[in-house]
Design a protein around this ligand. Structure first.
Ligand SMILES: *Cc1c(COP(=O)(O)O)cnc(C)c1O
Length: 398
């Protein structure tokens, strides 16, 4: 019942036999029984978060990873998720004054790292003077370091470097305004010599996202090799996040065991390594659940119009994929089968969750549970466009 539209199958050039039979069988996203029950009993649309599943996943990541793990809050700052993750991570990475204040309240006492471009003076003051002060400040430019120095507060600093490393297969390459070219680091070093209240701890490098374990380790090896020539003595290196989530294969998982073992063998004894994953920690614990309002054929193709839309779940539009889903039969109206395009209620052709995905049977009133909706989903969506009601939020928690 769950759809994975095979690449290339969308091209209309395929000849006979009937299109349904040419397609690969749909791949099923694992839908826990607890999520299924909640999906069928709650007011729709709704986000359903499986906090038990999140804890189990985070524990497995923790066990496989012999380095410090900070959760990148921007993936999903929901307070219940932060609280569930808290025992399994060494800290939280925040990227704005808003996230900083939010995480201080949601997870009091958590170690915090503050990164991100364009920090204002107010944000720097809050990071270093608020309670608790951040554990690490990731400096993005010489100008930012000067403004931080002007506060004259004891602060532990990592310099964020934008190294030219070879990266193959990254979904998103973090080039551009993030971090500093190696030359700018020299300017920072000069300043740090005159500002003893700023303690240089090491380097930060978040260079790509959407990578599997092996290429991510290759990036790590390049970053570490460079850092060792640049800085003497004990140091910290934050290797960033970017662990892949495969939206075309909802059962697949980033190979944390291989990544952890690889980091273990790369690390020197006097180094503290840290990673800050976001997506690969929380994507799997969330579902966006809604129901079919209407089914229609338009120019020969089936469309299912769902309650809600990409103003609640913008992920498939921003990433250009089909959001994987499971159909829970609940309706009794007209039925579609074969390739169906799932859209929302917005008056724009961009409001698409998944295109021409084969389904056995989809009826008006059926419930559709989109998986992999726990990261960069609700919190990156344009909630107020068209002023439809907000979704509900349900948590499966022991
Ligand atoms: C977004 C971000 C992360 C997390 O990236 P994921 O792809 O969600 O793992 C980590 N570090 C920095 C600096 C980021 O901007």
């Amino acid at each position: 019942m769950t759809g994975r539209p095979p690449e290339g199958e969308r091209k209309p050039a395929l000849p006979t036999p009937p299109p349904e039979m040419e397609r690969e069988p749909a791949v099923s996203a694992p839908l826990p029984e607890t999520v299924r029950e909640r999906a069928l009993s709650t007011r729709l649309p709704a986000y359903v978060y499986d906090l038990n599943g999140l804890r189990a996943h985070a524990a497995a990541v923790r066990a496989a990873t012999p380095v410090e793990v900070f959760y990148a809050a921007k993936a999903n700052p929901d307070p219940r998720l932060l609280a569930a993750l808290g025992p399994y991570v060494d800290g939280v990475e925040v990227s704005s004054g808003g996230e900083l204040a939010h995480v201080r309240t949601a997870l009091p006492g958590a170690r915090l790292a503050f990164g991100g471009p364009g920090k204002t003076d107010e944000e720097l003051a809050s990071a270093t003077g608020g309670r608790p002060p951040v554990d690490r400040l990731h400096v993005e430019s010489p100008h930012e370091l000067r403004r931080l120095a002007a506060l004259r507060r004891e602060t532990d600093v990592l310099l964020r470097v934008n190294l030219p490393v070879a990266i193959s297969g990254a979904a998103l390459r973090m080039s551009g305004p993030f971090g500093m070219d190696p030359e700018a680091l020299g300017v920072c070093l000069d300043l740090l010599e005159r500002t003893p209240w700023l303690r240089l701890r090491g380097l930060h490098a978040h260079l790509a996202s959407g990578l599997a374990a092996e290429p991510l380790l290759q990036v790590a090896a390049q970053v570490l090799g460079w850092a060792r020539t640049w800085m003497d003595g004990p140091k910290e290196i934050n290797l960033g996040g970017g662990m892949a989530v495969d939206y075309r294969d909802p059962g697949a998982r980033f190979d944390w065991a291989a990544y952890g073992a690889g980091l273990e063998s790369l690390r020197y004894p006097d180094e503290t390594l840290r990673i800050e994953p976001g997506r690969a920690l929380t994507a799997y614990c969330g579902w966006y659940v809604t129901d079919v309002l209407d089914l229609k054929r338009s120019h020969g193709e089936w469309y299912a119009v769902l309650r809600g839309g990409t103003h609640h779940l913008r992920t498939p539009v921003t990433k250009g994929h089909d959001q994987p889903f499971t159909v829970l039969p609940a309706g009794g109206g007209p039925v579609a089968s074969g390739p169906v395009t799932l859209v929302g209620q917005l008056c724009t052709p961009k409001d698409v969750f998944a295109r021409q995905v084969p389904v056995d049977r989809l009826a008006i009133g059926d419930v559709v549970a989109f998986s992999l909706a726990g990261a960069y989903a609700w919190n990156i969506s344009h909630h107020d466009f068209l002023m439809h009601p907000k979704p509900g939020f349900g948590y499966i928690d022991c």
